[in-house]
Design a protein around this ligand. Sequence first.
Ligand code: PDD
Length: 287
Amino acid sequence: MSRTVYLNGQYLPESEAKVSIFDRGFLMADGVYEVTSVLDGRLIDFDGHAARLERSLKALDMASPVGRDELLEIHRELVRLNGIEEGMIYLQITRGAPGDRDFVFPDPAETPPTIVLFTQNKPGMADAPAARTGIRVITIDDLRWHRRDIKTVQLLYPSMGKMMAKAAGADDAWLVEDGKVTEGTSNNAYIVSGGRIITRELSHDILHGITRKAVLRFAREAQMEVEERAFSPEEAKSADEAFITSASTFVMPVVEIDGTPLGDGKPGPVARRLREIYLEESRAAAI
Ligand code: PDD
């Protein structure tokens, strides 16, 4: 079934939505994105994603083509038009198409940004079988640029990381810089040791996950201890459990790192509990 997508103010069949070959998103990866999940036909943490989008745009000196309310309306309309109960909304804003290739940013008065949104239908996403078995990760060097807090569409290295994981028979990769894990290719990384949840502190080194923020809040509310600091792959391999968070995986247990099983090799109680709490609270607060 063909999707209805959104492009620069219009709702169109996906086959009719066309972007210029001069678009800076295409030529320079000059754009930012957000992924918002949908459960029960409603948006999870929409305001968190809208706020991070603003932050990413500002960091790249781009103006937002739409305000928060209009953005919400577009998200809801796409959910409705495509009948999404469970899935994701992908949003991308680029610096537009100046009509030629040039490293210098175009004058925004002459080149409006390009805004694209489309839905991804994923029935059963909240009940993913991987959440029951856990996933296996490998560790690889973090070769990304140094402003990972900006959610840009430069995703070549994360894609390569996923391919390295696949080639190694694993599900995903954790990125390592200066002997410490930064984050996963498309998620934030956590370990649990002696009952404490440990995850890298916020900085330019990692994306400030919207799911991370919610999960840490829920953990603290449930009287779990949280420590925001970097950890090494060695510490992770000797941890009691591990997990990742993102808008598309929620809280996903990690049961093996570089071939080393964690604990008994099954999803741990902290990750399982946090997934339950996250899904319950997020569904209740969805809009
Ligand atoms: N990825 N770190 C990175 C590098 C990410 O790409 C993501 C999200 C996260 C988690 O952020 P959040 O909780 O806000 O989804 C952390 C999205 C889901 C993606 O690229 O598909």
